[in-house]
Design a binder for this molecule. Structure first.
Ligand code: MEV
Length: 355
């Protein structure tokens, strides 16, 4: 039996801008996990997930393609992760084998709703990590990121893959998105082992630390949002607002740089100012693209956090899901959480997860 867990993530800054090649974001891995278990004691390949009431699919590899017995199954990311890893295994000249793969996730609420903590990235990474153990593949973290990025990209296609980086590396990172156009062009021209050895243009992942005087809090609004749909909406509108969009990218990058400097220099004022600034930038993007990034419930979450001395903003695509707060540890954090609860916002008991 093999078991692997990978963390979910939250964005601190740089959302949407990071979707454009070479732009940075700051992302925190959090201590909630997707767990994948592999049981080799079987003669048929299958997948089940607790989050889908133990929905069961069987599959087999025919001419190197995975053929699944249920076309409408909810396991697209898992299947893509298996496909990519087993392509890699075959490219190394190793045989593949049969196993049952089961998934359990605490990135979902008890009612089956997702918290917006990057569950698709976490399940992709957890699946590949488990398969690397099964097939005794000794790969580096960067190579794990590359395999998971290829798998995730083949399903979602429009994201920055920052959440994949966060699940792989853990902790707090600045992530600079690589050139995904380059990846699509290169993908089928060279073998996977060669692709994993190459430097990917613009990809940068750097670890950071939150200064000890700051606490990181998370509130959940209870309404789920679709990242992919929100990215598409922004994508559709950005051409129309060329100059403003370029300005947004420029200012977002500046914010991420300043927050990164703030973390490195323990400069709390610089961090706080730029978290606020990043919120304003996302609000202006939201207006420009006509996309509801900061919902009224997220605004409420932010205003309450500010009343207690924190700075707060939407996290990730927004449109619901979570808001994040940075606040000095001597502020009334219990009072803030109680005020959130009164306003129907659930404080999530999360902290940054380091491997
Ligand atoms: C979503 O979690 C963050 C976005 O920047 C999209 C992405 O980076 O893939 C909105």
């Amino acid at each position: 039996m093999i078991k692997t867990s990978t963390p979910g993530k939250l964005y601190l800054a740089g959302e949407y801008a990071v979707v454009e090649n070479g732009n940075p974001a700051i992302i925190a891995a959090v201590n909630r996990f997707v767990t994948v278990t592999i049981d080799e004691n079987t003669d048929r390949c299958s997948i089940t997930s607790k989050q889908y009431e133990n929905h069961l699919v069987h599959w087999e590899r025919i001419n190197s393609r995975m053929v699944v017995d249920d076309r409408d199954n909810p396991f697209q990311y898992i299947i893509a992760a298996i496909q990519v890893t087993e392509d890699y295994v075959q490219a190394l000249g190793k045989p593949t084998q049969k196993y049952h793969l089961s998934v359990n996730s605490d990135l979902d609420s008890g009612t089956g709703k997702k918290y917006g903590l990057g569950s698709s990235a976490a399940v992709t990474v957890a699946t590949i990590k488990a398969l690397c153990q099964l097939y005794h593949l000794n790969i580096s973290k960067v190579q794990l990121f590359k395999l998971a990025a290829i798998a995730h990209f083949s399903v979602q296609g429009n994201g920055s893959l920052g959440d994949v980086a966060s699940s792989v590396f853990g902790g707090l990172i600045t992530y600079c998105s690589f050139d995904r156009q380059w990846l699509s062009e290169f993908l089928h021209k060279i073998t996977l082992p060669e692709l994993l050895k190459l430097e990917w243009p613009r990809l940068e992942i750097t670890p950071l630390q939150i200064p000890p005087v700051l606490r990181f809090l998370v509130g959940w609004t209870g309404s789920p949002a679709s990242t992919s749909q929100l990215i598409d909406k922004v994508e559709l509108k950005k051409g129309k607002h060329g100059i403003h969009y370029e300005r947004f990218l420029h200012d977002s990058n500046k914010c991420v740089r300043e927050i990164t400097n703030g973390f490195r220099q323990n400069n709390i004022r610089l961090i706080m100012q730029n978290i606020k600034k990043n919120r304003e930038l996302l609000q202006s993007l939201s207006q420009m693209a006509g996309v509801p990034i900061e919902t009224p419930q997220l605004t409420r979450l932010i205003e309450i956090a500010e009343q207690f001395g924190g700075v707060a903003k939407t996290s990730g695509a927004g449109g619901g899901d979570c808001g994040i707060v940075l606040i000095k540890s001597d502020c009334d954090i219990a009072g803030l959480k109680a005020a959130w609860r009164d306003a129907g916002i659930e404080p999530l008991d999360l902290s940054i997860y380091n491997y």
